[in-house]
Design a protein around this ligand. Structure first.
Ligand code: HEM
Ligand code: HEM
Ligand SMILES: [Fe+2]
Length: 495
């Protein structure tokens, strides 16, 4: 086929696709149109995350699979980097989504926001292509600048790091300037302070140090202080706003809860950082500080469950967007179990000595990231699609409701299944490699070759396929839910 033929065919395909989804963008405000751009890229990167997770999981079982073409380290890197980036896209989208509504004015720097979106997306594309096509470089500064920085989760090369900081500054300007032009609120204040911390912490992961202890010390400022402090507060803000919109919970109530949660979250999460300083060469006092404060971290997560469930119950679950509410509830529980319970299990140094760096950590990592952050993003995708369709009814009696129900079911069963498989593997590793064989090299291989470890890896892959099926169904549902629906959702007023 000639190049022109190909272009024509692709254009025709997109036209058909547009007619098929039949979404009308005039239903969205400017800020919301920018938000759905972010959501779209988020979903695409979510798909990439799952595909590369499946490849990495396959290589656990058949180590020769794609050997020297797409090695495990590359697949794993793309898997977790895609996750961080899609969640950040989702968060930025969610903030742009609620910005105009919360500030009661139009977004200030729309043009700048759009430019930043395209710059970021182009940069992400280049970074992923370099990950896949170049993969590694010589041990020189140039590799750090152009290939990857080698810091787990935030491997992006330095040029992209700087770009990300600039894009975040534009985003921050948009948020602050819009609230200043319009109206500040408690939610707006918490959001702004949190964004300062979130963007500031990223810088802690940008400097190269020759001492591995120093390197890890600062790297954890980004990783831990993001997911256990600033991201938690950000989702607190997002959840507070969605509970008002979905259920009509009073502003006074959600804001009071938000302040309590923020205090507890920062109070425990900041020094909870110490649970990563047990064995990296930092002073011994971190054993006590890390153990004590991180053990307190589940408290705000319990508060969040109480908050979400109480509000939903007291409003009799009455609302016009069932899938969004279901995902908000999944978030409250997922955060509590994945971060709170699964995190608590291995956070005391006496236990972590045995579980550190085993599949136990991966088990917790999956349930926490999915339960706390994938869920709330998906809830927002459903809020967005409802408006995009013109604020149609998505409550009781929605057509094809089986799709969102099966999607939420498959995704949760899939991730929970993987979590349990990895927990079994981690338990076996802690027991055989650490406790029985005393962390020896031989012990490592005994644990890796144990039948319970190996079958757990097969179960992880099988449940991974269930997760992937759930994601496929979710996307189908997001594209079609509410299509042809003529009933409008009642506008929820605060009671
Ligand atoms: C949503 C919040 C959370 C997320 C997304 C999360 C995610 C993760 C991830 C991905 C890791 C593995 C890091 C690595 O690659 O080495 C990890 C490690 C760890 N997490 Fe969390 N976590 C969260 C909350 C918590 C909480 C609340 C606790 C404690 C109560 C906790 C305790 C731990 C501990 C002790 C480790 C170290 C495991 C090891 O020694 O290998 N986490 N977390
Ligand atoms: C098809 C589904 C998935 C499969 C097959 C899969 C597989 C894997 C594999 C094989 C690893 C490497 C583990 C290791 O190094 O020992 C990994 C790491 C990881 N995955 Fe997944 N994954 C899937 C979905 C997800 C989802 C939905 C999330 C969260 C939203 C997630 C978050 C993570 C994290 C945070 C790590 C790093 C864990 C650590 O450092 O301990 N994955 N995944
Ligand atoms: Fe942590």
């Amino acid at each position: 086929m000639s190049a022109i033929g190909l272009v024509e065919k692709t254009t025709a395909y997109f036209k058909d696709f547009k007619t098929w989804v039949a979404l009308d963008s005039t239903n969205l405000s400017d800020g919301q149109q920018l938000a759905v751009k972010y959501f779209t890229v988020a979903v695409i990167l979510f798909v990439a995350q799952i595909l590369f997770g499946l490849l990495a999981a396959t290589q656990f079982i058949w180590p020769g699979f794609l050997f020297e073409i797409l090695d495990f380290n590359v697949n794993r890197m793309v898997h977790i980097n895609a996750m961080i980036v899609w969640m950040l896209y989702g968060f930025i989208g969610s903030v742009y989504w609620l910005l105009e509504d919360e500030s009661q004015t139009e977004i200030v720097g729309l043009k700048l926001g759009n430019i930043a979106f395209w710059v970021l997306t182009a940069a992400v594309t280049v970074v992923v292509l370099v990950y896949l096509l170049v993969q590694i470089g010589p041990g020189k500064d140039s590799s750090l600048w152009f290939i990857n920085e080698g810091r787990e989760y935030i491997e992006a090369p330095r040029w992209a790091d700087i770009g990300i900081v600039v894009v975040m500054l534009i985003f921050f300007y948009n948020v602050v300037a819009t609230f200043t032009k319009g109206k500040w609120s408690g939610i707006a204040g918490v959001l702004t302070l949190d964004l300062v911390a979130l963007a500031g912490l990223y810088v802690a992961g940008m400097f190269y140090m020759t001492n591995i202890t120093h390197e890890q010390y600062w790297w954890w400022w980004v990783i831990h202080l993001w997911v256990e402090a600033t991201w938690e507060v950000l989702v607190g803000v997002i959840m507070a706003w969605s509970l008002m919109k979905l259920l009509g919970v009073r502003r006074k109530i959600v804001q009071t809860w938000l302040y309590i949660e923020v205090a507890l979250m920062f109070g425990s999460g900041i020094l909870g950082l110490g649970h990563h300083y047990f064995w990296i060469g930092t002073p011994e006092y971190w054993l006590t500080i890390g153990g004590f404060f991180s053990a307190l971290e589940p408290i705000p997560l319990v508060a969040m469950v109480v908050h979400a469930v109480y509000d939903s119950g007291s409003h009799a679950f009455k609302n016009g967007n069932h899938p969004a509410l279901a995902w908000v509830i999944a978030h409250a529980f997922g955060n509590f179990f994945g971060a709170g319970v699964w995190g608590f299990m291995h956070t005391l140094p006496q236990i972590n000595m045995y579980t550190h760096g085993t599949q136990w950590s991966a088990s917790h990592g999956h349930l926490a990231f999915f339960g706390a952050y994938a869920t709330i993003n998906i809830a927002f995708f459903y809020l967005a699609i409802q408006h995009w369709r013109g604020g149609v009814w998505m409550g009781e009696g929605t057509a094809n409701a089986w799709r969102w129900k099966w999607a939420i079911g498959l995704l949760n069963v899939g991730v929970l299944g993987m979590t349990i498989a990895m927990l079994i593997a981690g338990y076996e590793q802690s027991f055989i490699e650490r406790a029985v064989e005393g962390s020896t090299w031989g012990g490592y291989f005994t644990a890796q070759n144990h039948p319970s470890f190996q079958s757990a890896m097969v179960w992880r892959l099988l449940f991974g396929v269930v997760t992937a099926a759930g994601l496929g169904l979710l996307i189908w549902d997001l594209l079609t839910i509410g299509k042809g629906e003529t009933r409008k959702a009642k506008v929820i007023t605060q009671q």
